[in-house]
Design a binder for this molecule. Structure first.
Ligand SMILES: Nc1ncnc2c1ncn2[C@@H]1O[C@H](COP(=O)(O)OP(=O)(O)OP(=O)(O)O)[C@@H](O)[C@H]1O
Length: 340
């Protein structure tokens, strides 16, 4: 279990991470999602003791990372797949890790096999690896010590589509066996397919969290219903809709109306305008993500006045499933063996 409480990191006047609190449960993949510069890496670096917190606390299984004896046996970390000596081969890098953790050398071959790096590739120097190969090696290194917790920063970076699918399966299987996974991404579609829980961060602050269903429902509750309609007489229909006080935006083929589809259909029926197409516009998770993090998006999104009603800027929203579950699971980190 990962617990982050009131974590803040400032650089001079700049607040990179602003009072962030969350928890990641065993058996779940938690996606940490936010645009560039939102504070994901800084949070993860604090978690593993590479950056000091200005305020707050981040623990793994109830312990600070630096207090874990043989931390690689408890926490697998992948923050930067290139952060290894470029002159070492993949096999050497894993061998050094296995030696430091007191693991049998057979573990190196197991991990190379797991991440599909061939013996030939394992013998190449890291500086000659492609980004995807570095990423695979980084995942092998993170899993080497059979840890119960994984912290992965943008693990899909550089992987091809088959590699991304492979990684998804790997992490889901790991969580199914009781492991705790925190993975970051700035790409929603990468995270939504794998994460059981999502934490959305923008400009250093948590802007929303929950499982996909909860997030979607919150979005529906806060979003104005929108309908697109195509008819045989769009001009007449638009005039009738406006006469009812509805907001209508004409497009090349369709009208976009801020109203439920049934309301638009009724107006069309009253006017005896034949409809060709009538559909509700579903706001997807992507809309929610862009809406909630728009203050930190760098391009093309409308100015944002803060999160929509129903989202809390700080602390978990009502009903947030992690509330009151801050204590580490009994026995951790003494429980033997990692999920496999
Ligand atoms: N050592 C530092 N000194 C000053 N500012 C820093 C430092 N480290 C991080 N920052 C700033 O903190 C903010 C958060 O950076 P961070 O790397 O955590 O973002 P991120 O969410 O991981 O972004 P990305 O998706 O682009 O990797 C950025 O504005 C970054 O410039």
């Amino acid at each position: 279990m990962i617990t982050v409480e009131g974590l803040t990191r400032t650089y001079g006047d700049f607040v990179a991470v602003d009072d962030v609190s969350f928890a990641c449960q065993p058996g779940r993949v938690t996606g940490f999602l936010g645009p560039n510069g939102a504070g994901k890496t800084t949070t993860m670096r604090i978690l593993v003791g590479l950056t000091a917190a200005s305020r707050g606390r981040a623990t793994i299984g109830g312990h600070l990372y630096r207090d874990l004896p043989n931390p690689g046996r408890h926490v697998g970390v992948l923050l930067d797949a290139s952060a290894q000596h470029g002159g070492r081969t993949g096999r050497e890098i894993l061998t050094i890790g296995a030696t430091a953790m007191g693991l049998p050398m057979s573990r190196v071959d197991e991990m190379l096999h797991l991440v599909s790096l061939s013996p030939d590739e394992a013998g190449r120097r890291l500086r000659n690896y492609s980004l995807g190969m570095k990423q695979r090696l980084g995942i092998a290194h993170a899993l080497l010590g059979d840890p119960r917790v994984l912290i992965l920063d943008e693990p899909a970076n550089g992987l091809d589509p088959a590699g991304i699918r492979w990684m998804r399966g790997l992490l889901k299987g790991y969580a199914d066996r009781g492991g705790t996974v925190l993975l970051s991404s700035h790409l929603l579609h990468e995270v939504e397919q794998i994460a059981d829980e999502m934490i959305l961060i923008g400009r250093g602050r948590i802007v929303a969290r929950g499982d996909k269903k909860t997030l979607m429902e919150s979005q529906k509750a806060t979003r104005r219903a929108t309908t697109t309609v195509v008819s045989l007489d769009n001009d007449r229909l638009a005039a009738a809709l406006r006469a009812k006080g509805l907001e209508v935006t004409p497009g090349p083929e369709a009208l976009t109306v801020v109203a439920e589809a049934v309301e638009v259909g009724r107006v069309a029926a009253d006017q005896q305008v034949v409809l060709v197409d009538l559909r509700s516009v579903e706001g997807g998770l992507e809309d929610l993500f862009l809406e909630l993090t728009s203050t930190t998006q760098r391009e093309g999104f409308p100015p944002h006045q803060g999160p929509p009603p129903g989202y809390q800027q700080q602390g978990p929203p009502a009903g947030y499933p992690y509330q009151g579950q801050q204590a580490p699971p009994p026995g951790y980190p003494q429980q033997p063996g990692a999920p496999r």
